[in-house]
Design a protein around this ligand. Structure first.
Ligand code: ATP
Ligand code: LTN
Length: 333
């Protein structure tokens, strides 16, 4: 019990989760729950770094909570909570803002990509987002942070901030390590296999949402962009589209890439795309059934949030007080 590693991860309730989120991040979380001390957070404070409709953000917070439970996150085993319900995140962020450098934040790829699209109305929060993320992780003294490949740079920044703080004052924070699952580290868009599948993509054919109906899933895979060859062969460099579909099929069926190449040898893309669509629809079916049931009881979801926030607060405020003391704040006596 004492030696269990602490795991921390979070996901933004900024849209309906996709199979990219599921295979790249959330599915790994489920497997980690039994062996580790886990905290999972719905990062709604991160979500407002880009404009959100308040009513939608509120509704999605419930939906995302229900989805996390539907895929197997068990609030009896893990601490599952909503970020804005634990005030320590905002408070530690401020202290870490006074530790982080403008230069290192300016180098974050995600900021460069997202800000490029927004021009002068870009929010300060979007620039500062990696500091809030560092606060999330460091508040809980996390050892491991399971994320998709796109978040690696942010976890590395959290390490740098932790090390700098520890050196400037004295050891305060555990220095976290990023942690990647094996398959599905980066699920790509079905319409542009060189960019990642994203829940906020304006082209709905680019992603498979966790709540898409089976016929929609099958249709989206049929339309997936591939190359002009016909051979089902894994080669992300020259065949990114088909390789992406092979990874998705591998995640949905737990088969190896080699086994898939053998299974579909000589069959062409049409049959393979249909098989991927069916496998994904099949894998999502039991999750969708649980999700509908969980979402029908908002009162119970409120109770789960409340319990999670209380559990998370106990850990977070202890770390916050430690950091406040280190920087020279007088704590209320
Ligand atoms: P948005 O479109 O709003 O930027 P997103 O779909 O990229 O969102 P996030 O909320 O930023 O998702 O990410 C949640 C988790 O899912 C992170 O750990 C991230 O690394 C992972 N993730 C997101 N998209 C993918 C993907 N296409 N492949 C693998 N992992 C992913
Ligand atoms: N920024 C992440 C979500 C996130 C997170 C975190 C992940 C917020 N805080 C702490 C790991 C640890 C994202 O958008 N994927």
């Amino acid at each position: 019990m004492e030696n269990k590693k602490r795991i921390y991860s979070a996901i933004q309730p900024s849209g309906t989760f996709t199979i990219g989120n599921y295979f790249g991040a959330m599915k790994n979380w489920v497997a980690l729950q039994d062996e580790h001390d886990c905290l999972f957070c719905l990062a709604n404070m991160h979500a407002i770094t880009v404009p959100q409709e308040p009513a939608k953000l509120r509704a999605r917070t419930y939906e995302c909570l229900a989805m996390l439970m539907a895929i197997g996150i068990d609030p009896e085993k893990s601490i599952l909570y909503v970020q804005s319900q634990v005030g320590a995140h905002a408070e530690l962020s401020w202290i870490l803002n006074c530790t982080a450098y403008m230069g290192e934040l300016s180098r974050m790829t995600q900021y460069k990509v997202k800000s490029g699209k927004q021009g002068s109305t870009i929010r300060v929060g979007l620039f500062d987002y990696p500091v809030l993320m560092a606060a999330d992780i460091l508040l809980y003294q996390a050892d491991l942070v399971p994320v998709g490949a796109d978040q690696k740079q942010h976890v590395e920044l959290a390490r740098d901030i932790a090390e700098r703080f520890n050196t400037t004052y004295s050891p305060t924070f555990t220095v976290p390590e990023p942690f990647f699952g094996t398959a599905g580290r980066r699920v790509m868009s079905l319409q542009d296999p060189t960019s990642k599948m994203s829940k906020s993509d304006t082209n709905v054919n680019g992603f498979i949402s966790m709540t898409d109906a089976p016929n929609v899933i099958i249709k989206k895979f049929k339309r997936a962009v591939t190359d002009s060859e016909t051979e089902v062969r894994y080669d992300p460099e020259t065949k990114p589209g088909i390789s992406n579909l092979m990874e998705i099929y591998s995640c949905a069926t737990d088969q190896s890439i080699e086994a898939i190449e053998t299974e579909f040898a000589g069959q062409g893309y049409g049959a393979f795309k249909a098989a991927v669509g069916e496998a994904v629809a099949e894998a999502l079916k039991p999750i969708q059934e649980k999700y509908t049931l969980l979402l029908s009881d908002k009162g119970e979801l409120d109770n789960i949030m409340k319990k999670g926030a209380a559990q998370a607060s106990r850990i977070a405020y202890k770390t916050l007080a430690k950091a406040q003391r280190k920087v020279g704040f007088v704590l209320p006596k």
